[in-house]
Design a protein around this ligand. Structure first.
Ligand code: NI
Length: 257
């Protein structure tokens, strides 16, 4: 059984065949999927998907790209949306200085306000952090976000930073990138941190693993991620699936099936 902790099936990349894809997932060994919001609109569509498919859960939140949505009204809307019983996390939230550093202050403010909301709602957070390690971890620590826990999604920093994140109470989200030839750092991270702290994610439609790199990603390709992690850690694929499934259920506060 596999738990895809981070997907975007509301993305337009799935517009033409979404229902067929969801049916394929239902029949596969992918048992649970969390569809993650990136702004107010996709938080709503994530919930719509969770309402429609029993194996889909939702996260609501605003990605740093849309930080300007995180005003008083935006927070109130997220609060309302979180009342849906299938909402399991606040995300994805965080800092992204790769795309835009000019609005760093606005990003930080949006990140902090959504961490406060997660605390109020007792929900874990899904953290997006790109080229912003220092500010991200300063804020997580200042806000004691480890109390709520969650995941550093699509982890892209050093193994040392991964260890720090784990110490704070976060899981490390690993997806297709770990299968890439040039992903030395992430392979090292996967080797170094304990299996207890790893969760699987696609971030689909993005970041398909080898041999599908560059193509549209979806949850069934996690099989290739499982294979890579198993070989890095000298474990069986079964063990990797079982442990990451258990971690994901624990992280999102879901009963293990
Ligand atoms: Ni994402």
């Amino acid at each position: 059984m596999i738990f895809d902790t981070h997907a975007h099936y509301d993305d337009e990349a799935f517009e033409a065949d979404r229902d067929a894809i969801m049916e394929e997932i239902r029949k596969s060994n992918i048992k649970r999927v969390v569809n993650v919001g990136a702004n107010l609109r996709s938080s709503e569509t994530s919930i719509a998907l969770a309402d429609k498919y029993d194996f889909v859960y939702a996260a609501v939140g605003v990605h740093p790209d849309d930080a300007n949505e995180v005003n008083e009204e935006g927070i109130e809307r997220l609060r309302e949306l979180s009342r849906n019983e299938k909402v399991v996390a606040i995300g994805e939230i965080g800092l992204d200085y790769y795309w835009n550093k000019d609005n760093a202050d606005e990003q930080k403010e949006a990140f902090k306000r959504q961490i406060d909301l997660a605390r109020e709602l007792s929900l874990p957070i899904i953290v997006h952090s790109r080229e912003a390690a220092k500010d991200t971890f300063d804020i997580l620590s200042e806000k004691k976000a480890g109390d709520m826990g969650g995941v550093i999604h699509c982890f892209s920093y050093s193994p040392e930073i991964a260890e720090e994140a784990v110490k704070m109470g976060f899981y490390i989200g690993i997806g297709g990138v770990v299968t890439f030839k040039n992903s030395k750092k992430l392979k090292e991270t996967a080797e170094r941190i304990s299996m207890e702290n790893i969760v699987l994610e696609t971030d689909c439609p993005y970041l398909a693993p080898n041999p599908f790199r560059g193509k549209r990603n979806y949850s069934l390709y996690l099989e290739y991620v499982v294979r890579t992690i198993a070989s890095l850690k000298g474990m069986s694929e079964e063990e990797v699936m079982r442990e990451t499934y258990r971690n994901a259920c624990k992280m999102y506060g879901l009963e293990k099936e």
